[in-house]
Design a protein. Structure first.
Lengths: 483, 503
């Protein structure tokens, strides 16, 4: 009964369900307490996996192929860890952020719970169909969270988001059906030896559908069109949740399929990895340029997400070595922590000034030093400057690229870093501008709960401090071979 | 953890912890902030003193752990690092005192002193870095922690200066990073070793090693302001005077020059760098920088800008000394690392005093200022004469060793460069001294802010630091042959670490 694997899915489902009957906007404390327990469970799981390698559990005593298997290896535990580490401070932040009567916070807690249950389930699933179910749960909860904003802009963004999600998971489901028809199983472990480079065309088609669907869901350029309005339009805690965690889920799934069941296909087609990598490189350039030009601060951060997701896809041609996988996971952590922190600081800045234009930030470094400091730390991580997790990610990525002679990737990473400095320091520069107190165009800063500022700083500091000690995380990722 | 392992961490902590606490202090807690600042600075000085004695006695101080599998954060205290640390720790204490006086009543002092402490922490990390990875981490941390100081004034001009500074340093950092990772690719590590580490590589890699050398030197050359990478330095003059002191003497350009030394001696090894024909181009670049910086300095009316171009020129003396293949040049370059710092910080302190006390920012406004501010002008004069290389000053010692080094290395053109630079130095410093001392005053001053109190021409916290460093300029010059001078330490480094035969 104390198996962390099962409880990591059950617990968020429970608090999400309990939040519904307790009324709109309620359920925050229960969620925070439960998230604390979830974090402990993940830490237990880390210890378990470190000791015994891959863990497999048959839910309810009925194992595959009849029942459902849950599995955890180093890669999935790392993603679970990232999810809970971000979710707990985010929940504390959200409790202060949504006032009791705010309409946009009405359904936050139940939807957030379902979202987290979906994410945890996704990381623990061992078969293609369960992955579909959890993917859909994550997508629908995320769309709900965006729509909960209630404004016309948010509804439009949510609808666009919904279409993208449905298209993506539709393609994925079709692929699952094709695979089931061909092999009669959806278990990743059983499929891995079956799918080889000589697989029939239909399997290549299925792989292509999955790749396309998941790239759409991860908002890889040019499929990123839905992301900026959805992430930039939602309320700050929701944006943080979506940018830091949700897009990582589809990336994880793609990575898992690439290295697991489809390893036979991908290893045979060496050039295939360059497709996501090329799009990733374009995403870095395009997203950064849009971020540099963005007028609204949340749009700037949302476009930065488009760019940062690009780095995740640069690893695909390099996946023959383990270094690239490590770089990818480090980047997922760096971006997750830093982007959550950055959206949280944006929430503080917007609440404090009542505006969301970059130009209205003059004087913020004086009025909200803690928040600007947190933004700066998160920016350091996104720029990939040392010491930060982002730097370790870039170091490993460049090293992996050079080891395989892929110079172009190293260059893209460096140029991307300089472009990131462009948009990060655009905000900082504005924040450091000193405005005379009597000036008419000075923004008025409203006092805010300090919890908001401290939670953002906590995550931003974590993204930097991970850069001083990444060895445990990297060893965790290598545990249990990525299947 | 043993005491010897804890020492490098203690050196870092003595400025990191006060810095972090200061960030959180309310603006009005001036007393507590000052106590924290000064106790940190004094503690660091004491720690560096202990290390000096220890290293001279042959004790190993080091600490390291794995950040990523196969990649270590490594601190090691050696004599070369201590040369830099001793300079920075002493000047940090003086600059802190000066900054307390300079910023009295200014806004945002907690933020200022917080970043100020981070900046010195980064400098110590650079000095103690045991491998290129650690060096790079602190090198970039230095960039980040100086940016808020450069833009401290918060006006558009400061922002533009800061943006130029960032553009140069971040681009340089990117090239440095590529060079470092490339080297890791070839060697599997980037640990500094006194004889160099690339010597054992197969000769087929020579071409790659040359490109890597270029990447690394351009990377650190941005901070060392080697022409044509120097554009940020005159722009960064918008910063407050204590920050200029920090940029020019304590931390930033020194970090660049220090990086050049580490790369040439402890990555490539001086012999191997010579066989790869890397030293002559480096010496040429240094020579061009020396002349170009001095020429530009001639035509600046803005006092701080003139000093900035003078820094461009003077820092490359260090690079030139490194690039002269031979022990004498090495000693000259090493000792100039310290001497230039002491002299240049004096000049910036004085420039700050003129600006804060009388509102003088331009050379053309300095007529007769020697009568109004005799002590400041005296300190300025000593440092300026030192820069020219007048006997009995610090500058004479460095120039003497550099010229000897050039002769020993058979690079007679370098001697001409040094003499030309000395003449140019005189050409841009002597008119200032002449104006200050012999021209008639035409009051009122541009903006007199601090009144005279008896013999005290300005606030005592502003007056004391330049007098101390001016005295030091003379002391290290006159007492150069004593056992505890920077020169003696530079000879110790050359002899013990680089195994050179020093006359």
């Amino acid at each position: 009964m104390t198996d962390p694997l099962v409880w990591l899915i059950l617990l968020p489902l429970t608090w999400a369900s309990l939040a519904f009957p307790s009324g709109p906007g309620r359920g925050a404390w229960l969620a925070i307490a439960a998230l604390g327990v979830q974090l402990m469970l993940v830490l237990l799981l880390v210890v378990d996996v470190t000791e015994s390698g891959i863990l497999v559990r048959a839910v309810g005593g009925w194992g595959a192929p009849l029942g459902i298997d849950l599995a955890a290896d180093g890669l999935s535990v790392a993603m679970l860890l990232l999810t809970q580490v971000i979710a707990l401070p985010l929940a504390i932040y959200a409790r202060s952020y949504f006032s009791a009567t705010a309409p946009e916070g009405k359904y936050f807690w139940p939807l957030c719970g379902f979202l987290l249950a979906g994410l945890n389930g996704l990381y623990l699933s061992a078969d293609l169909f369960n992955l579909y179910v959890t993917l859909e749960l994550v997508g629908l909860a995320a769309v709900g969270l965006v729509a909960a904003g209630g404004g016309a802009r948010q509804i439009a963004a949510a609808l666009r988001y919904l279409f993208a999600m449905l298209l993506g998971s539709g393609a994925y489901l079709l692929a699952v059906a094709l695979i089931y028809a061909a092999y009669g199983t959806v278990s990743m472990k059983t499929l891995a030896p079956l799918i080889t480079a000589e697989a029939p065309v239909v399997i290549w088609l299925a792989g292509g559908l999955m790749l396309a669907g998941l790239m759409l869901k991860t908002a890889l350029f040019p499929f990123h069109f839905w992301l900026p309005p959805a992430h930039g339009g939602a309320s700050a805690p929701v944006s943080a949740l979506l940018s830091a965690l949700v897009v990582k889920a589809s990336f994880y799934l793609l990575l898992r399929l690439w290295l697991g069941p489809f390893a036979g296909l991908t290893a045979g087609a060496g050039l295939l990895g360059w497709l996501p990598a090329t799009l990733g490189a374009l995403a870095i350039l395009w997203g950064s340029c849009q971020a540099i030009r963005a007028q609204r601060i949340k749009m700037l951060i949302a476009y930065s997400t488009v760019a940062q997701l690009g780095y995740l896809f640069l690893i695909f041609p390099l996946l023959t070595g383990e270094a690239a996988l490590r770089a990818g996971i480090m980047q997922a952590f760096a971006h997750g922590l830093a982007k959550a922190a950055m959206f949280m600081t944006a929430g503080v800045l917007i609440k404090a000034t009542g505006q969301d234009r970059v130009d209205s930030l003059a004087g913020a470094a004086q009025q909200l030093p803690l928040t600007m400091f947190a933004f700066g730390l998160a920016g350091v991580t996104l720029t990939g400057l040392p010491p930060s997790a982002g730097f370790l990610a870039k170091w490993q990525l460049i090293e992996a690229a050079m080891a395989q002679g892929a110079w172009i990737i190293a260059v893209v990473v460096l140029v991307g870093g300089l472009l990131a400095a462009g948009y990060v320091f655009r905000v900082l520069r504005q924040g450091f501008l000193l405005v005379p107190a009597t000036s008419a165009d000075t923004s008025v800063f409203h006092p805010l709960p300090r919890t908001l500022e401290w939670m953002a700083l906590l995550l931003a500091a974590a993204s930097v401090l991970l850069g001083l000690r990444g060895v445990e995380l990297m060893e965790l990722v290598s545990l249990g071979g990525a299947v | 953890m043993t005491l010897n392992e804890a020492m490098p961490l203690a050196v870092l902590a003595s400025s990191l912890l006060p810095g972090l606490i200061i960030f959180l202090l309310p603006e009005a807690w001036i007393g507590r902030r000052t106590v924290l600042n000064l106790s940190g600075a004094v503690a660091k000085l004491v720690l560096v003193g202990v290390l000096l004695v220890g290293v001279q006695g042959g004790v190993d101080y080091g600490f390291g752990y794995a950040v990523l599998p196969g990649l270590d954060l490594l601190f090691k205290v050696d004599a070369l690092g201590l040369l830099f640390m001793g300079l920075s720790a002493s000047l940090w204490l003086l600059t802190t005192l000066y900054a307390i006086g300079y910023l009295e009543g200014a806004p945002q002092r907690s933020r200022f002193f917080g970043f100020f402490s981070l900046c010195v922490t980064a400098t110590m990390g650079i000095a103690m870095a045991g491998n290129l990875f650690t060096f790079f981490i602190f090198y970039e941390l230095l960039t980040l922690s100086t940016f808020p100081l450069v833009v401290h004034r918060g006006n558009d001009k400061a922002m533009n200066g800061g943006t130029v500074y960032l553009a140069y340093t971040l681009a340089g950092g990117a090239l440095l990073l590529i060079g470092i990772i490339w080297l890791h690719q070839l060697l599997g590590h980037g640990d500094f070793a006194h004889a160099g580490i690339v010597t054992d590589l197969d000769p087929t890699y020579d071409g790659q090693l040359k490109i890597i050398f270029l990447l690394l030197i351009v990377g650190v050359g941005v901070k060392a302001a080697i022409v044509p990478l120097h554009g940020w330095l005159p722009q960064a003059m918008v910063a407050p005077a204590p920050v200029s002191a920090l940029l020019h003497a304590v931390a930033v350009v020194k970090a660049g020059a220090f990086g050049v030394i580490r790369i040439v001696y402890e990555i490539y090894g001086i012999e191997f760098a010579h066989t790869l024909h890397l030293l002559t181009p480096l010496a040429m670049a240094a020579a061009v920088t020396i002349i170009w910086g001095s020429l530009r300095a001639l035509f600046q009316d803005d006092l701080k800008k003139r000093l900035a171009y003078s820094t461009v020129s003077q820092v490359s003396y260090i690079v030139l000394g490194v690039a002269l293949f031979g022990p004498v040049g090495t000693v000259g370059g090493l000792v100039h690392l310290v001497h230039q710092g002491i002299m240049k910080i004096t000049l910036f302190f004085c420039a700050g005093n003129y600006a804060e006390t009388l509102g003088i920012h331009k050379v053309s406004e300095m007529n007769g200022v020697g009568r109004r501010m005799p002590l400041t002008t005296l300190a300025f004069g000593v440092a300026a004469l030192g820069m020219m290389g007048v006997p009995l000053t610090a500058g004479a010692i460095s120039k003497g060793w550099l010229i000897e080094g050039a002769r020993a290395a058979d690079m007679n053109w370098a001697i001409w460069v040094l003499w030309t630079s000395s003449l140019l130095n005189a050409a841009y410093f002597l008119p200032i001294l002449w104006r200050a001392g012999f021209r008639q005053t035409a009051p009122p001053w541009p903006a007199e802010q601090l009144a005279r109190h008896g013999w005290r021409e300005t606030a005592w916290l502003l007056l004391l630091p330049p007098l101390v460093t001016a005295a030091a300029t003379l002391a290290v010059g006159i007492l150069a042959t004593s056992e505890f001078s920077p020169l003696a330490w530079a000879q110790f480094i050359a002899r013990n670490e680089y195994r050179l035969v020093v006359p």
